[in-house]
Structures are given as structure tokens and as C-alpha cells.
Design a protein around this ligand. Structure first.
Ligand SMILES: NC(=O)c1ccc[n+]([C@@H]2O[C@H](COP(=O)([O-])OP(=O)(O)OC[C@H]3O[C@@H](n4cnc5c(N)ncnc54)[C@H](O)[C@@H]3O)[C@@H](O)[C@H]2O)c1
Length: 272
């Protein structure tokens, strides 16, 4: 879906804002002149303007006034301060707000952005390289065309799934925060390699390639993880020795507790 006529606004030109902007422009979904980004950091505005040719401003109001579709990509804790300084002029049709703020509910966003149609979305950092996954939940005022537009925008950074809003905190805890957990696993695997004598650079390369390849195999082979685990595990071999150590160390419960803690934190952020 190409939208060269539409003005796309971004409030908060940080890491996630930039990830979306770069892919949307690369794929020609929007043209740079039709993208306007607000950020209080002059350095961020400079980078975004010079790298992508988009318009930048320190005024969030300029984005609200110019764009029919706005991506809200500030930290959840900033929402109140940002929203209380905005005015929402009446429009013929409700503009579309795409919020990626962890924890912040549709009800709260609809209250802060009065008269706007709101989609709550949770992408993840592999979006930066087009390998993200985004879950979306649309508010009641969102039209079919706006829902399709939201899906097209997030499809530019990876795959998209629609979920009921009640599942968004769980999504945040799993796929939203997940890249952080997996990065920790990769780092620890590399440390393990170093512990048994590999040079650091080789250990890291092997760890990254192993996680990447395993993800690809599970995905392309449509395999259940238990089937893949069994295929790697020779009787009396090396893998079962490693797995026994992981079970003794509580890897599974640690990951389950990680998702549970992140879920609770996402709920808390929604209440702050
Ligand atoms: N990082 C992730 O993995 C991830 C994944 C999914 C969703 N999110 C959500 O995305 C949002 C942004 O996260 P990020 O990692 O890009 O953060 P970030 O810190 O990189 O970006 C936030 C940007 O907002 C700008 N900002 C601060 N105050 C502002 C204001 N008053 N008006 C406009 N802009 C302002 C900052 O200067 C910064 O550039 C968060 O709400 C987070 O919950 C993050």
C-alpha cells in the first residue's frame, strides 16, 4: 500500500520512530517530504532530517496539525506531559493515532487524543532490519481503511498480527521485550564459548548464527521446538548433557518468570 499523498507524522524520533521511518521510506509507502517528525532533541532532529530528508520540528503541535496519521513513539511516562500541551482542531474525519507505548491502553489514548481513531501497537526492535513482529489492537472509532493502513505501516517492518486489546500487555512481555532476553542468551552462550577456549569474536559469531539459524529452522520447517530439540539430542551425547545443566539452572522457569514480570510491568506502566 503506497500513500504518497498522505502526511505521516511521528511524535518521538527515537529508535523505534526511526526504525519505522527508514523502512516506510525505503519501501516508498511515504515520500520524505510528506513525513514530519517532532523531537525535543536537536541532535535527533538533525540526524533524521539529514539521513532521510524528512521534515523535523521541536513542536509536537506541528505534527498534530499537519498529519492525518500520527505514530506516537515517546516513552509511556511522557504521555501526560505531551498530551496536556496539545490542541486537537476539529477535522472532517477522525485522524489516526498509532501508539507503540508499552502498557498505555486504548481508553487512555482515546481520552488524551479526543476525536482521534486509535490503534495500539507493539512492534519489536528487529523492526530496524525489517524482521520485526507487531501486534495491533484497534479502537472502536478505527475505520476499515484505517485498520488496513495501520497493518500496511507495520508490515513495512515485519509481520503483523491482530490481537484483542486484553492481550497487548502479554504481547509486550513476550515479543516486545523478547529481543532483550534473547540478546542476553546470545551473550551468555558466547561467554560459554570463551569459557571453553574460543576467541571472543568467534564465540559471538557462532552464538548469533546459532540463534538465527534455529529461529529460521523453526519458522521455515514449521517445527515444534520439542521436535527440534529431540533431533539435536543424541543418546548419551553432548546436547543432553547441556540440556540437563540448563534444566538444573532453571532456564525454563527463568524465562517464564521474565515474561510474567514484564507483563506486570506493562500493566503498571498503563496505570502511571
Ligand atoms: N525499544 C523497544 O524495543 C520498543 C519496542 C516496542 C515498543 N516500544 C515503545 O516505543 C516507545 C519509544 O521507545 P524507543 O525505544 O524508541 O525510545 P527512545 O528513547 O529511543 O525514543 C523516544 C524519543 O522520544 C523523544 N521525546 C522525549 N520527550 C519528547 C516530547 N515531549 N515530545 C516528543 N518527543 C519526545 C526523545 O527525544 C526520543 O528521541 C516507548 O513508548 C516504548 O514503550 C519500544
Amino acid at each position: 500500500m503506497v500513500m504518497p499523498e498522505a502526511t505521516f507524522g511521528v511524535i518521538g524520533g527515537g529508535m523505534m520512530g526511526e526504525a519505522l521511518i527508514t523502512r516506510l521510506l525505503d519501501q516508498g509507502v511515504f515520500v520524505p517530504e510528506a513525513v514530519i517528525v517532532s523531537d525535543p532533541q536537536a541532535a535527533r532532529r538533525e540526524i533524521l532530517h539529514h539521513t532521510y530528508g524528512v521534515q523535523t520540528t521541536a513542536e509536537n503541535q506541528a505534527v498534530i496539525d499537519a498529519a492525518e496519521t500520527v505514530l506516537l513513539a515517546i516513552k509511556p511516562q511522557m504521555l501526560e506531559a505531551v498530551a496536556e500541551n496539545l490542541r486537537f482542531p476539529e477535522r472532517e474525519k477522525p485522524p489516526l493515532l498509532l501508539s507503540i507505548l508499552a502498557g498505555v491502553t486504548l481508553a487512555r489514548l482515546e481520552q488524551e487524543f479526543l476525536g482521534w481513531a486509535v490503534v495500539r501497537a507493539m512492534p519489536n526492535t528487529p523492526a530496524t532490519v525489517g524482521a520485526g513482529v507487531t501486534a495491533l489492537a484497534a479502537g472502536e472509532a478505527v475505520s476499515t481503511a484505517q485498520r488496513e493502513q495501520a497493518c500496511a505501516i507495520f508490515a513495512s517492518v515485519g509481520t503483523v498480527v491482530e490481537v484483542p486489546e486484553s492481550q497487548m500487555d502479554a504481547v509486550t512481555a513476550l515479543s516486545g521485550s523478547g529481543p532483550g532476553y534473547i540478546a542476553l542468551v546470545v551473550e551468555a552462550l558466547a561467554d560459554g564459548g570463551v569459557a571453553v577456549g574460543l576467541p571472543r569474536a568467534i564465540a559471538l559469531e557462532l552464538a548469533i548464527a546459532t540463534v538465527r539459524g534455529t529461529g529460521e529452522l523453526l519458522h521455515q520447517g514449521d517445527l515444534h521446538p520439542a521436535v527440534l530439540k529431540d533431533r539435536v539430542t543424541s543418546p548419551g551425547g553432548t546436547t543432553i548433557a547441556g540440556i540437563a545443566a540448563l534444566e538444573a539452572g532453571g532456564l525454563r522457569s527463568a524465562l517464564i518468570e521474565a515474561v510474567r514480570s514484564a507483563y506486570l510491568r506493562s500493566k503498571e506502566l498503563g496505570q502511571s
